[in-house]
Design a protein around this ligand. Structure first.
Ligand code: SF4
Ligand code: SF4
Length: 377
């Protein structure tokens, strides 16, 4: 029987007035334990894949942590760059990164869009039976090594957003030069050859939240009715997520299929790296219920847990998810609003969707093992 995977854990608790007890210092020690020197050749480019957040979503992995990771890469001779992929138009997304404090001055290395300023730069890679193939962002595809830095939180469709979702959605290019959403991230969300955005005018209160959140201006109001330009539409599903009346809906994959597709896409991204060249750092801090793409960030569901790290994505995800689901639900949070009680699985109960599904799917397709032991740093 294979051994349990080691998952390093740095607690968010700091019980003494001493730098060594800070989470920043614990991350530095975790990076030493992960032995980056044995994974990164001198002069090798290293992608530090994170999420830049959103205009309004400030609960991301803070720049100080990205700085320490970039410094650790440089200390072993690597050339780090911090990256994400286009979620809204590229120029605006880099401005979001800057507003959230992620820029070359703060993190000490280049900050780029891995799929280019227009989200088109990508390479097609076979994936599996659900998606067939995905287009990996070029700078991730070409990088010989990667550190996957994930802010762990809820997600309206995936139930949980950690490393698998960070890679699956965030490692795939946002757009395709042809405008075909099937050859970009929309392929993961949308179901069917057309995947239209359905509108229910009788439910619509014309609050226009969908119009404001659409990244490409595909929604317009004409004489009191919403019109969607299906050619412009990326099939991102943001309009559906913000609609308070359920009056606009993207034709999406079913829950099981979507979560299995996430695992499949993450596997495709990781297939572009040699074994041992990728490590995963999961930040279970400010665990809010929503994705960092949304134009807001709610209060955390549970207390800050800390950082989980290792080189088996499934084990790191399982350890993180267990910690979040096993923590006490916080007052003044969406968990409290839903009446989640101590002992209940916090994320799954709050969101009504179990992120365990995609962790299980990842294990089932051989991305890693769910059995782990925690080694506290
Ligand atoms: S799914 Fe909705 S928000 Fe996203 S691009 Fe299409 S119309 Fe805009
Ligand atoms: S968010 Fe919903 S209710 Fe508001 S305008 Fe759009 S479809 Fe109508």
């Amino acid at each position: 029987m294979e051994q349990k995977r080691v998952v390093y854990f740095a607690t968010a608790r700091a019980t003494r007035w001493d730098y060594q007890y800070s989470l920043v210092a614990r991350l530095e020690r975790m990076l030493e334990r992960l032995d980056l020197g044995s994974r990164i050749e001198k002069g090798e480019y290293v992608a530090i894949k994170t999420h830049f957040g959103s205009d309004g979503a400030h609960r991301i992995v803070r720049p100080v942590f990205l700085r320490k990771i970039a410094d650790a890469v440089k200390s072993v001779g690597g050339k780090p760059f911090v990256c994400d992929t286009v979620r809204i138009n590229g120029w605006d997304y880099l401005e979001v990164a800057n507003q959230n404090g992620i820029n070359p001055l703060s993190v000490g290395c280049p900050v780029i869009l891995a799929d280019g300023l227009f989200g088109h730069d990508s390479v097609e890679v076979p994936s599996g039976p659900i998606l067939g193939s995905v287009r990996i962002a070029s700078a991730i595809y070409d990088a010989p090594a990667m550190i996957v830095v994930s802010h762990c939180k809820g997600h309206i469709e995936a139930g949980y957003g950690g490393a698998i979702k960070n890679l699956a959605m965030g490692g795939v290019a946002g757009r395709h030069r042809s405008g075909d959403w099937r050859q970009a991230r929309g392929h993961l969300h949308a179901a069917g050859p057309e995947a239209s955005v359905l509108r229910y005018p009788e439910l619509c209160i014309l609050c226009l939240q969908c119009l404001h959140v659409c990244p490409v201006g595909a929604i317009a109001e004409v004489d009191g009715t919403l019109v969607v330009d299906e050619k412009k539409c990326w099939r991102c599903g943001r309009c559906e997520r913000v609609c308070p009346e359920n009056a606009i809906r993207l034709q999406k994959r079913g829950q099981d299929e979507f979560q299995a597709a996430l695992a499949e896409a993450a596997k495709a991204v990781l297939s572009t790296f040699q074994p041992g060249k990728v490590v995963f750092l999961n930040f279970a801090l400010e665990v809010q219920p929503e994705c960092d793409c949304m134009p807001m960030a709610d209060t955390p569901l549970v207390q800050d847990q800390g950082i989980f790290g290792g080189d088996d994505i499934v084990a790191v995800e399982q350890a993180t998810l267990d910690a979040i689901n096993g923590a006490l639900p916080l007052p003044q949070s969406a968990a409290a609003d839903r009446g989640v009680q101590p002992g209940q699985r916090v994320l799954a109960e709050t969101l009504g969707i179990d992120g365990q599904l995609h962790v299980d799917a990842a294990a089932a397709i051989g991305l890693g093992r769910k059995e782990y032991i925690v080694v506290e740093i």
